[in-house]
Design a protein around this ligand. Structure first.
Ligand SMILES: Cc1ncc(C[n+]2csc(CCOP(=O)(O)OP(=O)(O)O)c2C)c(N)n1
Ligand SMILES: [Mg+2]
Length: 540
C-alpha cells in the first residue's frame, strides 16, 4: 500500500482507476455521478462527453480494444445505464475490459420511488463478468480494483458497478489501491505438445488467428509459431494485420479453398462461431487454442483445445522440436489461389462504374490510408466489403463490432480511437442505415476537437437486409431509406464538414480533402443500390 487516500466516492473511485491505467472517462451528464466528474475535474483527468450513452460505452470499448487496457464509461442512474447495455453486450462478446460505473438512486429510501430508481445489476449481470453495487464509500476503491482485475483476467470482458447516491457523495478514508497483478493462465503442457505435434505432422494445415491474439499480446509469438511450423495464417477481428501484408505465410483471399482442403485447422483466440462455420471443417482435425478454459467450445469437440496464455502456447508451438511434414506444396497451392483472387479484387477496386460500386471506394481509400490508420466498420454490406478489400497493415487497427454485430458503434468507436491515437488517421466506414444510430455524436467530436473521417456508403437502403429479404420472399418491407440523403450536410450542420460524391473519379480528391480537413468530415458516397455483397447465407 502506498498510503491513505480520502475524499468522496468519486475521489476514491478515481484513485483506483488511475492505479489501473485508466486515463479518461466517457460519459453523458447526470447528477447521480457528479462526484466522479468533480474528482476528475479537480485532478485534470480527461472527461469526454457524448450525446447518447451507447457512444460512451463504445468509446470506452474502442480504448480497451486498441490499447489493451481498461476503458471507462460513467453512466447516470436508470436510463443512462440501460442505454449503455448494447455497448456492454458488445464488449462482453468481444472480451473487452470495459468498466461501466453507474449512478444509482439512494439506497436509504429504496422502493419509495426516487427518480431513475431501478436495480441495474440483474439487467447487466448476463452481459458482464461481474456486476454489483458498492454499498459503502470506504469500499469504493477496493470494489473498483477488484472489478478491473476481473475485467483484465483472461478471458477478459466488461464489468459493472453502481454507486448509490449517498455512497458516491459521502466521504471516506482508505488505503490507496495498488495496480493490477494478473497472473498468466498456465496451459496444460501435454495439450500444447499434442497440438504442436498435430500441426507439425499435418500435410495441409491452416491457422486462423482472432482477436485474442492481439488482446493477449501474442502477435510476435503467432508469427514465430507460423514461421517455425510453416503454417498458412488467416486472421479475423483484431487479429487482422498480425502477419503484415506481403508475409509469405499471410493469406486472406484463399480462405474457402484453405478450409475446404485443410487436414488440420488450428483456430487461435477466437470462438468456433458462425464466422467459422460453427467449427465444422469437414474431415479436418480441429485444434482450438483459447486463452481460458471457459472459452472451449461446447458445441463441437476439437481433437485438442489447449487453454491458457496465448503467448506461452504459441511460443511453445514455435519451439516444437518433433517430426514435421512438408507443407510447402500446400503453401504454394494456396498462394496461387490467393494471387488469382487478389487480381480479381484489384480489378473490382479499380472498376469505373456508374453508380459507384463499394469496391471502388475501398480501392481509392487504400491509396490514402497510412499503415497505422485505424479503420472502423459500422454497417452491413458496405462493411463486409471493407473487410474484404481493406487489408490492415498492423494488428489492432481494424475495429468491427464483433460477433454481436451491433450497428451504431461508429462515432463511439471513432471517439475512442481518436483519443487513443491523436495523430493517426481515423476512418469510419458506415452504411447509411448505420449512420442513423450515432451520427449526432459528430457534435461531440466537433465540440471536443476530435477530427475523424467518415465515409458513408449511401445506397439508400438497409442493404444487408433488403437483398436477402427479396431473395427469400420476392419482396421487401422496412428496408428502404431516403435515397441520396445528404449525410454530409448533417455533419456540416453539426460543425464539421463534408461533401457528396457521385462519380468514381471524384472519390480520391474527396478523400484527400477529408483527411486534410482537421474537423470531422463526412464523404457521402452514392453507391449502387442493386449491388449486394455475395454471401453464402442469406440471413444477416
Ligand atoms: C442495432 C442493430 N439493429 C439492426 C441490425 C440488423 N442489421 C444488420 S445489417 C443491417 C443493414 C445495414 O444497412 P446499412 O448500414 O445501410 O449498410 P448496407 O448493408 O446498406 O451497406 C441491419 C438493419 C443490427 N445488426 N444491429
Ligand atoms: Mg445502406
Amino acid at each position: 500500500m502506498t498510503g491513505r487516500i480520502e475524499g468522496h466516492g468519486g475521489d476514491l473511485a478515481l484513485a483506483a482507476l488511475r492505479a489501473y491505467g485508466v486515463s479518461e472517462m466517457f460519459t453523458l451528464s447526470g447528477g447521480h455521478v457528479f462526484p466522479l466528474y468533480d474528482a476528475a475535474h479537480r485532478t485534470n483527468f480527461p472527461i469526454y462527453d457524448v450525446r447518447h450513452e451507447q457512444s460512451a460505452v463504445f468509446a470506452a470499448e474502442a480504448v480497451a480494444k486498441l490499447q489493451r487496457r481498461p476503458g471507462l464509461a460513467v453512466l447516470t442512474a436508470g436510463p443512462g445505464v440501460t442505454n449503455g447495455i448494447s455497448g456492454l453486450t458488445s464488449a462482453f462478446f468481444n472480451a473487452s475490459p470495459v468498466l461501466v460505473l453507474g449512478g444509482r438512486a439512494p439506497a436509504f429510501r429504496w422502493g419509495a420511488g426516487s427518480l431513475q430508481e431501478i436495480d441495474h445489476v440483474p439487467l447487466v449481470a448476463p452481459v458482464t463478468k461481474h456486476a454489483g453495487t458498492v454499498w459503502s464509500t470506504d469500499d469504493v476503491p477496493g470494489a473498483v480494483a477488484a472489478a478491473l482485475t476481473e475485467a483484465l483476467s483472461p478471458h477478459r470482458g466488461p464489468v459493472f458497478l453502481d454507486l448509490p447516491l449517498e455512497v458516491i457523495f459521502s466521504t471516506g478514508e482508505v488505503d490507496a489501491p495498488t495496480g493490477p497483478a494478473i497472473a498468466p493462465v498456465e496451459p496444460d503442457p501435454d495439450e500444447v505438445a499434442n497440438a504442436a505435434r498435430l500441426i507439425a505432422g499435418a500435410e495441409r494445415p491452416v491457422l486462423i488467428a482472432g482477436s485474442d491474439v492481439y488482446v493477449g499480446d501474442a502477435v510476435d509469438a503467432l508469427r514465430a509459431a507460423a514461421e517455425a511450423l510453416r503454417v498458412p495464417v488467416f486472421t479475423n477481428g483484431m487479429g487482422r494485420g498480425a502477419l503484415p501484408p506481403g508475409h509469405p505465410l499471410g493469406f486472406a483471399k484463399a480462405r474457402r479453398m484453405a478450409l475446404g482442403g485443410a487436414d488440420v485447422v488450428v483456430v487461435v483466440g477466437t470462438p468456433l462461431d458462425f464466422r467459422l462455420g460453427f467449427g465444422d471443417f469437414g474431415d479436418a482435425t480441429v485444434v482450438h487454442v483459447v486463452d481460458a478454459p471457459t472459452q472451449r467450445a461446447g458445441h463441437v469437440e476439437p481433437a485438442v483445445s489447449p487453454a491458457g496464455d496465448l503467448r506461452l502456447i504459441l511460443t511453445a508451438f514455435a519451439e516444437h522440436t518433433g517430426d514435421r511434414a512438408d507443407h510447402e506444396s500446400w503453401i504454394t497451392e494456396l498462394r496461387t489461389a490467393e494471387e488469382a483472387a487478389r487480381a480479381k479484387d484489384a480489378a473490382a477496386m479499380a472498376a469505373e462504374s456508374d453508380p459507384i460500386k463499394p469496391a471502388r471506394v475501398y480501392g481509392e481509400l487504400r491509396r490514402v490510408l497510412a499503415p497505422d490508420a485505424v479503420t472502423i466498420g459500422d454497417g452491413g454490406d458496405f462493411v463486409s466489403y471493407a473487410g474484404r478489400y481493406l487489408e490492415p497493415a498492423q494488428p489492432g487497427t481494424w475495429l468491427d463490432p464483433g460477433p454481436y454485430g451491433c450497428l451504431g458503434t461508429g462515432m463511439g468507436y471513432a471517439m475512442g480511437a481518436r483519443v487513443s491515437y491523436p495523430d493517426r488517421q481515423i476512418c469510419v466506414l458506415m452504411g447509411d442505415g448505420a449512420a442513423g444510430f450515432s451520427l449526432m455524436d459528430v457534435e461531440s467530436l466537433v465540440r471536443q476537437n476530435l477530427p475523424v473521417v467518415i465515409v458513408v456508403g449511401n445506397n439508400g437502403i438497409w442493404g444487408l437486409e433488403k437483398h436477402p429479404m427479396r431473395g427469400m420472399y420476392g419482396y421487401d418491407v422496412a428496408a428502404d431509406l431516403q435515397p441520396e440523403l445528404r449525410y454530409d450536410q448533417v455533419v456540416t450542420a453539426l460543425g464539421g464538414a463534408g461533401e457528396t460524391v457521385a462519380k468514381a473519379a471524384d472519390l480520391g480528391p474527396a478523400l484527400e480533402r477529408a483527411f486534410e480537413a482537421g474537423v470531422p468530415y463526412l464523404v457521402n458516397v452514392l453507391t449502387d443500390p442493386t449491388d449486394a455483397y455475395p454471401r453464402s447465407s442469406n440471413l444477416a
